[in-house]
Ligand binder design. Sequence first.
Ligand SMILES: C=CC1=C(C)c2cc3[nH]c(cc4nc(cc5[nH]c(cc1n2)c(C)c5CCC(=O)O)C(CCC(=O)O)=C4C)c(C)c3C=C
Ligand SMILES: [Fe+2]
Ligand SMILES: [Fe+2]
Length: 330
Amino acid sequence: MKSMSNYGVLMINLGTPDAPNTPDVRRFLKEFLSDRRVVDLNPLIWKPILNLVILTLRPPKVAKVYQQVWMDEGSPLLVLSERLKDSLKIALHKKTGTAIPVELAMTYGNPSVEVAANKLREQGVENILVIPMYPQFSATTTAAAYDRFMQSLKNCPHWPSLQLLHDYADHPLYIKALANSVKVQWAKQGERRHLVLSYHGIPKRYVTNGDPYARRCEATSRLVADELALEDSEWTHVYQSRFGREEWLKPYADATLKALPSMGIDKINVISPAFSIDCIETLEEVTLELGDEFKNNGGKSFDYIPALNDSSDQIELYISLIEQNTKQWT
Ligand SMILES: C=CC1=C(C)c2cc3[nH]c(cc4nc(cc5[nH]c(cc1n2)c(C)c5CCC(=O)O)C(CCC(=O)O)=C4C)c(C)c3C=C
Ligand SMILES: [Fe+2]
Ligand SMILES: [Fe+2]
């Protein structure tokens, strides 16, 4: 059996504060919201708004929200991403008989892409597969992860050969995994319910200018609905997590959830397919905020279906993504 791998895998997720307090949240938001992939406004206009308004008002509020979801070991996004990385490494070793280096990094904050890429090179890796942990491509997330990775190689004299995973919005194992989680939830509840598929939004203008994100989200929803043999009246596609004043992708999750009970839909399940890993946006915004809005407007039952996290379905999916994208090196 071979024991050395000539390639390694770098998984990149968004990023999260180091601790749930105001200064750490401010540091994280400053780095994240200064990226022009995320907010593309003219810096002369955006910088004063960011520094004087947003980074003053938002961090104390958001720190409290992080405190509500924080785990003993740290931020859910980091802890659960690490669990996936660790389980994936073990499963890959078992399957291939080879110890394949796998590292996890965050586009913003820690662990940084630079440190993780250096770790891969220290393990003798000459070929790197970069997996942005976003099922649906968006320049705001996936391309931002690529940017960070390229930046990390700026002073590297010996470039690895690269494969950049684009997305996996319609990968059969991803669709099967999402459908399975819905079926598990239905079995647990003892009933099928109307399914709301809620995606993190982005400004509508980005999509008008060519970002394929909305199209990729729609592809996922349609395939999950087909896999579950849902009628069009049995599911709803929405976008959550609006930020700022301009128009974001519609339909908005909050307005839709408020309206569903008046249309006779008062029992729902919500799944958030754009999040490979549970985080503040799913654990607080979906589960608590959207859940409350639904119930305060006549909704009777609201249950969130967890992200795929480190489930065996997710591990199987990531193994398949790695196998399909490293063939040229094996
Ligand atoms: C300001 C614009 C934002 C865009 C565009 C955006 C796109 C986007 N984000 C994710 C995934 C995540 N976002 C998370 C948190 C988060 N997102 C924004 C803003 C934008 N996101 C903010 C300001 C925050 C921080 C929380 C807050 O202040 O409300 C997270 C979770 C991080 C965590 O620590 O848990 C994820 C993951 C996607 C997939 C996406 C577009 C496709
Ligand atoms: Fe976000
Ligand atoms: Fe949010």
